[in-house]
Design a protein. Structure first.
Length: 624
């Protein structure tokens, strides 16, 4: 065996029992990536975790610990100690023994330690990180499940949607009062109606001006990705899955296309315990060593953020990314996100990639959805990033520093739009979110009922987020600053107030124009009507400009087919937000599942249809 391989404690135990060329290649690649040769062998499927650990233990003269039995006292340890055990990889036994779940460079450091103190060999054993994680998960399942479901609620109740209580009813009453403003002249003095109309119009007009300013925001290029793979950190990807068997094969293929060293990549598929179909399909397709399946605990609300919390406990990466089941991220996205963390000024705790609708041609609803996403992710979020304002995250393609994510309490299992809430909590903790141009293709609901369920959930979560962060306004202003708090109020207020009041503005104008045109009118009534009309026209105009500019930047065709249907789409948004208000009162934590894999015009669907209709040619005969 070449001398340069012999020094690698993590692979030297394989000498004579593995192909020398394979070991040489592993050593060379390990040196280029700045990792251990055993990690290269494991990622390539050339050796199993157990085999590598047993051979390393034999090489170092220590025992291998299979962790088949629960060590005394482990089950009684509090959950924070179990979580720390997963991070350190060192299990301390009551008899003074030590079990190290290490590989790669950690194994080299252990070899150096044993070389300096040979007497430690009597106390030290080696196991695999996988065996230690399985032991901790099985032993402390109840405690870890409670941590995933209830940590934020118990540790920081003022930041959890689980503690809203009466505030839900007060917000619903306030929404009804907003809707009644255009009709209030029947029971209150007209000057009071005009004053209320001015307040509502100010929020909406400032929101419209905000979106218009986003249309002229220059495009910032993404920073150059790191070329030295040795400087790339370990990365964990978490994908929550529930009833997603239909799209799992496409998901696995998309994740395999990511341009990132496999040895530094960990992909956790968080699957609900009773979702046997998705688990079976994932087991057939996610066979590479970098994939791991994590059971989402049944305790607490059945929501995506709870599944994410459960998987986060097992994350080994310095950076953590979240994708949805139907996602197809840009293959370079992990590298570009890392570059943003490294090169952007300020405390960057999160990087948000842009979401792109892939099935634009499915229906008029998906075209509206695509225009809406183009405006939000290509115009609005970059503006917020440039101004240093809080960014309510998109539900996928978020990239986090793992230590920051854990420090702020991770996701709130009781918020059904956990991404928006998390973005604001990051800002409150002093961390910024950077937006990169790298895109992730997503599937939009192509039918009204599916769209309505999804949008209702989003609005309900945004309402929860407003209540959580708005119930202590002084603390919010102290954490964010006056300017950022005002910007957040415009952002959330405008996006929620607009659909709440829109149909009532339209109805009041129609009644006033067709039923009250001949009556004598006071100056206050004339001003109220003019302000209502101005707000409505400005809203439609800004929405059209916002959609057109976003589609142009995203290079989407069909602008003329999208713009005339914006008023109808707004009525759909209004229906969704009022349905969300009702659910906030009667069923606040209900998660309405969006079905995926139904797209007809996505790239994957077109490729599948093309393959299905492609004529088969008869092989040429030998004599031809």
């Amino acid at each position: 065996m070449p001398a340069e391989i012999a020094g690698f404690a993590e692979s030297a135990g394989l000498a004579g029992r593995a192909d020398a060329g394979m070991l040489a290649h592993a050593a060379q690649r390990a040196e280029r990536l700045g990792i251990g040769a055993d990690e290269v062998l494991l990622a390539a499927g050339s050796a199993s975790p157990d085999r590598l650990a047993i051979d390393a233990a034999r090489r170092l003269g220590v025992g291998f610990d299979p962790l088949d039995e629960t060590p005394p006292g482990l089950a009684e340890r509090p959950r924070h100690e179990l979580l720390a055990l997963l991070r350190t990889g060192v299990l301390r036994h009551r008899d003074g023994g030590l079990t190290f779940a290490v590989r790669g460079l950690g194994l080299r450091r252990l070899a150096d330690m044993l070389g300096r103190d040979p007497a430690l060999r009597r106390r030290v054993r080696i196991t695999t990180p996988e065996r230690l994680a399985a032991l901790v998960w099985q032993t402390g399942a109840d405690g870890l499940a409670e941590h995933a479901a209830f940590f934020l609620r118990r540790a920081r109740p003022h930041l959890s949607a689980a503690t809203l209580g009466l505030a839900r009813y007060l917000l619903a009453a306030f929404a009804v009062l907003l809707a009644a403003v255009p009709f209030a002249a029947m029971v209150v003095p007209e000057l009071l109606v005009f004053a209320g109309m001015v307040l509502v119009a100010c929020v909406l007009l400032v929101w419209n001006a905000f979106r218009i300013s986003a249309c002229v925001q220059p495009q910032e290029p993404d920073p150059a990705p790191e070329r030295d793979d040795a400087r790339l950190p370990a990365y964990t990807i978490i994908v929550p899955l529930y009833r997603e068997a239909r799209v799992v094969p496409k998901l696995i293929a998309a994740l395999k296309r990511l341009d990132y060293p496999r040895e530094k990549l960990q992909i956790l598929l968080a699957i609900e315990a009773d979702d046997h179909e998705t688990r079976a399909v994932a087991a057939r397709h996610a066979t590479a060593p970098l994939f791991e399946m994590v059971p989402a605990p049944e305790l607490g609300p059945r929501t995506k953020p709870k599944a994410l919390n459960a998987a986060l406990a097992l994350a080994r990466g310095e950076l953590v990314a979240v994708y949805d089941a139907e996602d197809e991220p840009d293959p370079r996205q992990l590298r570009l996100a890392h570059a943003a963390f490294r090169s952007r000024s300020g405390r960057i705790g999160c990087v948000q990639a842009r979401l792109v609708i892939d099935n634009v041609e499915d229906s008029w609803i998906t075209r509206q959805f695509a225009a809406e996403y183009a405006g939000n992710f290509d115009l609005l979020l970059p503006l917020l990033d440039g101004l240093g304002l809080p960014i309510p995250l998109g539900g996928t393609s978020n990239h986090f520093r793992r230590d920051v994510l854990e420090a702020i309490g991770a996701w709130d299992p009781y918020n059904v739009t956990e991404d928006a809430d998390l973005g604001i909590r990051l800002s409150r903790a002093g961390w910024r979110t950077a937006v990169i141009a790298s895109g992730t293709r997503e599937e939009a609901p192509n039918r009204f009922h599916a769209w309505l369920r999804q949008r209702t959930r989003w609005y309900k979560g945004w309402l929860q987020t407003v209540l959580v962060h708005g119930r202590h306004p002084v603390a919010l202003r102290r954490a964010l600053g006056t300017g950022a708090t005002a910007g957040l109020a415009v952002l959330l207020g405008g996006s929620l107030v607009t659909p709440l009041v829109h149909p009532f503005f339209v109805l009041a104008l129609l009644i006033d124009l067709f039923a009250g045109g001949g009556a004598a009118r006071t100056p206050a009534a004339v001003l109220t009507q003019a302000l209502c009309m101005t707000t409505l026209i400005a809203g439609y105009a800004s929405a059209a400009l916002f959609a057109a500019a976003g589609m142009r930047r995203r290079r989407l065709g069909g602008t003329l087919a999208v713009l005339p249907l914006i008023p109808l789409y707004w009525l759909m948004l209004s229906l969704a937000v009022w349905r969300a208000v009702l659910q906030l009162v009667v069923d606040p934590y209900r998660w309405e599942k969006t079905e995926h894999g139904l797209a007809r015009s996505s790239r994957a669907a077109k490729a599948k249809n093309s393959a299905a209709v492609r004529p088969r040619t008869r092989p040429a005969a030998a004599s031809d």
